[in-house]
Design a protein around this ligand. Structure first.
Ligand SMILES: [Zn+2]
Length: 468
């Protein structure tokens, strides 16, 4: 299923959704700050003063409500439904209801605080603070200073909304990529101001505590689920990248203001991840990668199958490489021009059978070699990371087949055991590099041999240099 960015989905924590109430909350001591609406309301004025000192016009009359997760549901529903409707082309009401319901359930159980754009109100969800305290006991989540940091972040959203009518900006967004980029701008600015205020107060340590919750690895889950979750989390937790984007913008001369960035937002998350791309046109592929993917679809497609072509964002690729060291992955991604894939699926798809081709075009042959090495390492690293779990790699073997026209090639044959399936799934992967291009072909659960796959790669290499 596709996943969607949520505007101001503050603090997605890797929580077990069934996390129980913390016994500490019912001890009859003085009510903790995060449960005390009057005490929270009293924070607004001094925090607005602090925000004003950073140069941001404050918004002092903001209602605050302490709510249960259940009470947050209609608030999220009202905000998300129009966003999803606008960015999912051709969605039916039934599909929309389903997507909104799943998202609302998820977010209502992981948000500590939420600024509601429709109601111009800050909601505080005490249950979530207590649930995070259980799964991340090393973070001082129940400390009043931690709450203050989270609340400050929400106040920045409220001030930004008052100054720039963010609700209207979101309503005008037409694509999922643009929504993700706008979301990142909004979150990055909230984090930048929050950090500035806390630093000025000598409380940087609380900003670090906040970031620990934002970047937490999923804990206590099946190894396979951990891998899958780490991919999901990498896709939703853009706070750190968004903050670095603002740092990079601050070094530009002249430095663009938040208002100027909103007026000219990045079209996707790619410039958020790599700020040097902001304000530059997207690199156009030099090779005929679409032609190569079409060729693959022609030769590999089976009777009645459908083919779906898509562009891959840098965040998606980085998420897929979550098992490898981030700096090395980022270094390779910096040199990626374009990445596209085509998926071939049978008519009655259950996810176990299919063919996929991915082409990554890099800036030059040296970059291409770097990308190839990374893809090859990931292939091997997965054997280690997915040794056990509901979906695990039971066996794997590698060889280097001859692929005409390629600089190098690697093939893997793996048996993947899936809980509930009588037979392991056979997965073939062939990766090939020529110059700036890296091709990865994958076959899931099909009677395909390596020679046949090598033939498809050769067909693709034959057209990839043709004029477009
Ligand atoms: Zn936020």
């Amino acid at each position: 299923m596709r996943r969607f960015a949520l505007l101001c989905a503050l603090f997605l924590a890797p929580l077990p959704l069934s996390a129980q109430d913390d016994p500490r909350s019912s001890r009859g001591d003085a009510r903790p700050l995060y449960r005390d609406a009057a005490a929270i309301g009293a924070l607004v004025a001094p925090l607005c003063d602090a925000i004003e000192k950073t140069g941001l016009p404050p918004k002092r009359d903001i209602p605050v409500k302490v709510v249960s997760r259940e009470e947050l549901v209609p608030v999220l529903h009202e905000e998300l439904e129009p966003q999803f409707r606008a960015v999912i082309p051709g969605v039916t009401q039934q599909q929309l209801d389903q997507i909104v319901q799943i998202s609302v359930q998820f977010y209502s159980s992981v948000l500590m605080c939420k600024y509601g754009f429709a109601t111009k109100t800050i909601y505080v969800v005490p249950e979530t603070f207590e649930a995070i305290a259980q799964v991340q006991p090393e973070v001082k989540v129940l400390d009043p200073e931690f709450f203050r940091a989270v609340f400050l972040h929400e106040l920045v959203h409220a001030c930004d909304d008052a100054g720039h009518d963010l609700g209207r900006q979101v309503a005008a967004v037409k694509t999922q990529e643009a929504l993700q980029a706008l979301n990142a701008l909004v979150e990055g600015h909230a984090q930048a101001v929050t950090r500035q205020v806390l630093e000025a107060e000598g409380k940087s340590a609380w900003f670090a505590e906040l970031e620990k919750v934002l970047t937490a690895e999923p804990a206590g889950v099946d190894p396979t689920m951990q891998y899958v979750l780490s991919i999901l989390i990498a896709e939703t937790q853009i706070y750190t990248d968004a903050l670095r984007f603002f740092e990079a913008m601050g070094k530009r001369k002249p430095a663009p203001t938040f208002g100027e960035l909103l007026a000219n937002p990045p079209k996707s998350l790619d410039p958020i991840l790599f700020p040097e791309r902001y304000g530059r046109p997207d690199p156009e592929p030099l090779l005929a990668i679409d032609l190569a993917l079409e060729r693959f679809a022609q030769v590999a497609r089976r009777e009645g199958w459908t083919s779906t072509q898509a562009s891959l964002s840098l965040l998606k690729i980085r998420s897929a490489f979550a098992l490898l060291p981030r700096p090395e992955v980022d270094e390779v991604l910096r040199g990626v021009h374009a990445a596209r894939n085509v998926a071939l699926t049978p008519p009655m798809a259950d996810g176990t059978q299919g063919l996929n081709a991915l082409v990554i075009e890099c800036a030059g042959a040296e970059r291409g070699r770097g990308a190839y090495d990374l893809v090859a390492r990931l292939l091997e690293r997965k054997d280690e990371a997915m040794k056990t779990g509901v979906l695990h790699i039971a066996s794997s073997a590698y060889d280097e087949p001859k692929v005409l026209g390629s600089d190098r090639a690697l093939h893997s044959h793996k048996e993947v055991a899936v809980e509930g399936l009588p037979q392991p799934l056979v997965v073939h992967t062939l990766i090939v590099q020529r110059g700036a291009a890296v091709i990865e072909l994958t076959s899931n659960g099909l009677d395909v041999e390596v020679d046949e796959m090598a033939g498809w790669a050769e067909e693709m290499l034959m057209v990839i240099d043709l004029p477009k």
